[in-house]
Design a protein around this ligand. Structure first.
Ligand code: KG4
Ligand code: ZN
Length: 356
């Protein structure tokens, strides 16, 4: 079965083609195209929804055309079985571009639609047969086995989701305030770094000492699986104010690197601690990490090491290949294949507030 995926929930415009054979093996990626309006948002330090939506309109048809062409498919009447499209959560203007395009193509080509929840997309990025480019613990020949636990860490979400089957899921924890990616972005803004700050902090942290500053590990000991990251942001704010640090014009380079390394470590420590407690409690076979923050190499290393240390080979960790950690349409097509709730175009509408 060939699926065209379309993703436009925020500032990325994605289209991809995947091929799935059976649900007990990974899907194959035939093409994956992502255009982003990030450069425009970097200038304003955050996403302006109206600008993101206008850029989506500009990119959508070229991106879909390129994805089909790269998969050697005709753009007139491609040989695909279904279109999977993100219908939420996200920015309404951006979502509408993908949803209405998918509905139009569905009508034009007489192909059904699968509406996909973006959050499940991040989970199913790890069901795509792509080498993660890291070490051999990132198995690609197999898919995660149930029961599995998923940590979705993105700009808007930090959720722990228990997966008993493709359509049997339960949210067991989430953030009470900022998401992990949001914490990276907001702290980056405090430090004068460009948006999105996650990758920038991660790069600067390579030269820094993660033990230089003892930052809080919020909710470390709480008996639930919830997170909180807004206190960390306040601590960094207070620290920079107290010492009147100035990072403009490349000043205090080592200090900035140390601060970035300490911030990154604090976020990772809490994510790993809480997630592994849940792995233990629910006795899962697989741990599936997805969302933009899962591109972080230090986070990957720490999860790999700790899972081996605590569970040996009884639990397998799955990460998407790094380019599929951030928003893309391949993960949407993948979720469409395994969750497979095919509808007519008339039944699909965008839902910006969608949850699991
Ligand atoms: O999943 P995503 O592309 O979009 C949402 O659905 O939100 O995630 C974007 C988030 C941003 O907050 C960004 O700073 C963060 O992922 N991010 C990272 C890294 N790459 C992206 N955070 C930490 N380290 C990274 N390497
Ligand atoms: Zn996302």
């Amino acid at each position: 079965m060939k699926i065209l995926g379309i993703e436009t929930s925020c500032d990325e415009t994605g289209a991809a083609v995947i091929e799935g054979k059976t649900k007990d093996q990974p899907v194959q990626l035939l093409s994956n195209v992502v255009a982003t309006s990030l450069a425009k948002h970097a200038q304003t330090g955050g996403i302006i929804p109206e600008i993101a939506a206008r850029e989506q309109v500009k990119y959508i048809l070229p991106v879909v055309t390129e994805a089909l062409t790269n998969a050697n498919l005709s753009i007139e009447r491609p040989d695909i079985d279904v279109i999977a499209v993100t219908y939420g959560p996200g920015l309404i203007g951006s979502l509408l571009v993908g949803v209405e395009t998918a509905k139009t193509l569905s009508l034009l080509w007489d192909i059904p639609l699968i509406p996909v929840n973006h959050l499940y997309g991040h989970i199913y990025a790890s069901f795509i047969s792509e080498d993660s480019g890291l070490d051999s613990t990132h198995v690609r020949e197999t898919i995660p086995q149930f029961p599995a636990l998923s940590l979705v860490v993105s700009g808007g979400h930090t959720d722990l989701v228990l997966l008993r089957g493709h359509m049997d899921t339960e949210v067991i924890g989430g953030t009470r305030d900022d998401a992990a990616g949001e914490a990276f972005d907001k702290i980056g803004r405090l430090l004068g770094l460009s948006y999105p700050a996650g990758p920038v902090i991660s790069k600067l942290a390579e030269q820094g000492n993660p033990k230089a500053f003892m930052l809080p590990r919020p909710m470390w000991d709480s008996k639930d699986f919830d997170f909180s990251f807004s206190g960390l942001k306040t601590s960094v704010f207070n620290l920079t104010k107290k010492h009147a640090w100035d990072f403009s014009n490349g000043q205090n380079k080592q200090l900035l690197a140390d601060l970035c390394a300490s911030v990154q470590q604090a976020i990772i420590d809490v994510l790993v601690q809480k997630t592994l407690q849940a792995v233990k409690k629910y006795n899962v076979q697989s741990l599936v990490i997805g969302g933009g923050v899962s591109a972080n190499s230090r986070l990957r290393e720490k999860f790999d090491l700790e899972v081996i240390r605590l569970f040996d080979k009884n639990v397998t960790v799955y990460f998407p290949t790094p380019i599929l950690s951030t928003d893309n349409a391949a993960m949407i097509a993948s979720a469409g294949f395994y969750r497979d709730n095919t509808l007519s175009w008339k039944e699909v509408t965008a839902d910006p507030e969608l949850y699991y």
